[in-house]
Design a protein around this ligand. Structure first.
Ligand code: G6P
Ligand code: ZN
Length: 544
């Protein structure tokens, strides 16, 4: 019997968030749990799947291979025409997005929990991306949830999946399963966007770089592109082998979790450039010798110099940033005479702007930058654009940052996170803050005067939809800003994020300690939101 029909009962918790269904590994290990969710995705795609192409791959974490094989057998049972699978079941999130677009696929099943820890006690995730290469919009994820809640059976090929380590095509039921090199297509795409010859010449002349792949999926991509195609010395890419548990580390590229890279870049005789990427390869971290580059500054610098890369030589149509991201990129857009959009936190809000051609580049303070080449953020892409800029300007990365500040002014920026706060206390804090918004303008706190205060609502210029209550913005007359929102990705209690920034136009004041410059903004933010009174915390748990 070629297809097995298996009776099942629904799981009430199969409701995907914006980044798919993300749970602890043991949850996914319950009998039928994975199959139920995959069947719900396939059912929502429905008849359109018959004969169509479907992409499958993930970040290599624990369960990746097993779930990739199950997905292949179920997609075949559902009548997919062509199933494209990355070798070993691997595909970085941006590579999956690019592959969906390039192959004309109906969508893709991406196996990842992004920067969350992996392994038997870590996290796993299943996400569905649609034909534009981006994460499924809410109508689709809600339909998947409704289907999951009513599921009584799933269908799976009785036969085992073909060997996903062997590149080539095999027939399974009426489907062709094509196991492909997960890197080649993305490397070729990068070559159309980035100046490979200029970067290769720079490495040949002795440029030194450290790329920390954090034992996650970007390893094979970075090895093939940076060491292979661009000729960087062997060993430039470290932690390059994807491990099911990421070597026990938290594959989140920030100064806390990429501590070894930070230590090297802050030490004596650092390499010329440092970078890291997260579990599934969509986030990036940029470190210049002696200097961490904030994602907000990185976005502004990429926008200012993008024209130096072949893929953006014609200039940018526009740029976008999430609301809590610093306003540095707005200053570049103004100078370039292009629009700058402010969207809520979450990559999905960029999709309409990219699809409609309103923007070319976008990014978020949460370490994501990307462009219209895919509908996800792309960590390695950002690193390669940085290398192109360094090659084109002949300046070291830290000099590029200082030059940028000298030209546009510096947006001093920091994020204060209050983690594992009691959920009710965090909600009460936000409610009280929202209540006092109408009365804040004109009042002074810690020597700063509130000019405007609101709760950010986003009106999408493409489809006209309005998304309210996306975070509180307090603008001070002294060209400073404080933003408050609750994290949408935390797992324990609530995380209050406070984003603090202050603009400094004077180049003589661009090398000051960040927390010192921001001290009045920090004090004002704490007072306005009554953070200590609501949370019982005098200080944040993490400052980045
Ligand atoms: C995910 C999304 C990002 C978003 C981030 C916000 O990583 O892919 O687009 O910026 O979550 O996380 P937060 O914890 O601040 O809600
Ligand atoms: Zn990620």
């Amino acid at each position: 019997m070629p297809i097995r029909q298996v009776a099942t009962t629904p799981f009430a918790d199969q409701r995907p968030g914006t980044s798919g269904l993300r749970k602890k590994v043991p949850v996914f290990q319950q009998p039928h749990y994975v199959e139920n969710f995959l069947q719900s995705i396939l059912d929502v795609v429905g008849d359109k799947l018959r004969g169509a192409t479907l992409v499958i791959g993930g970040d290599g974490r624990y369960l990746n291979r097993q779930v990739a094989e199950t997905a292949i057998r179920m997609a075949a049972a559902a009548g997919a025409g062509r199933i494209l699978v990355g070798q070993g079941g691997l595909l970085s999130t941006p590579a999956a997005s690019a592959l969906i677009r390039a192959s004309g696929a109906i969508g893709g099943i991406v196996l990842s929990a992004s920067h969350n820890p992996g392994g038997p006690d870590g996290d796993f995730g299943i996400k569905f991306n649609t034909a534009n290469g981006g994460p499924a919009p809410e109508e689709v994820t809600e339909a998947i949830h409704r289907r999951a809640a009513a599921l009584t059976a799933y269908r799976i090929a009785a036969e085992a999946a073909p060997d996903i380590d062997a590149i080539g095509e095999t027939r399974l039921l009426d489907s062709i399963v094509a196991v492909i090199d997960p890197v080649a297509g993305h490397a070729a795409l990068m070559e159309t966007l980035v100046d490979f010859p200029a970067i290769a010449a720079m490495f040949a002349a002795g440029f030194r770089m450290r790329f920390d792949a954090m034992s996650a999926v970007t390893g094979p991509y970075a090895k093939a592109i940076i060491e292979g195609r661009l000729g960087a010395p062997a060993g430039t890419v470290v932690n390059a082998t994807p491990l099911p548990d990421f070597g026990g580390h938290h594959p989140d590229p920030n100064p806390v979790h990429a501590a070894d890279l930070m230590a090297e870049m802050m030490g004596d005789a650092p390499p010329d450039f440092g970078a890291a990427s997260d579990g599934d390869g969509d986030r990036n971290m940029i470190v210049a010798p002696g200097m961490f580059v904030t994602p907000s500054d990185s976005l502004a610098i990429l926008a200012a110099h993008a024209h130096r890369a072949p893929g953006y030589a014609a200039g940018l149509a526009g740029v976008a940033r999430s609301m809590p991201t610093s306003r540095a990129v707005d200053r570049v857009a103004k100078r370039l005479g292009i629009p700058s959009y402010e969207t809520p936190t979450g990559w999905k809000f960029f999709a309409n702007l990219l699809d409609s051609g309103r923007i070319t580049l976008c990014g978020e303070e949460s370490a994501g930058t990307g462009s219209n080449h895919v509908r996800e953020k792309d960590g390695l892409w950002a690193v390669l654009i940085w290398l192109t800029i360094i090659a084109a300007t002949g300046r070291r990365a830290d000099a590029i940052v200082r030059d940028h500040w000298a030209e546009f002014g510096r947006d001093y920026y920091s994020r204060h996170d209050y983690e594992e706060v009691d959920s009710d206390a965090a909600k009460a804090l936000m409610a009280a803050l929202r209540d006092k918004l109408p009365t804040l303008a004109g009042q002074s706190f810690a020597g700063l005067t509130v000019a405007e205060a609101d709760d950010f609502a986003y009106a999408d210029p493409v489809d006209g939809s309005v998304t309210p209550a996306q975070g509180v913005r307090i603008l001070f007359a002294e060209d400073a800003r404080a933003v408050f929102r609750l994290s949408g990705t935390g797992t324990v209690g609530a995380t209050l994020r406070v984003y603090l920034e202050r603009f400094e136009p004077d180049a003589a004041r661009h090398a000051l300690p960040v927390q010192e410059v921001l001290a009045p903004v920090i004090a004002a933010a704490r007072e306005i939101a009554q953070i200590a009174a609501h949370t019982g915390r005098a200080e944040p748990s993490i400052i980045t």
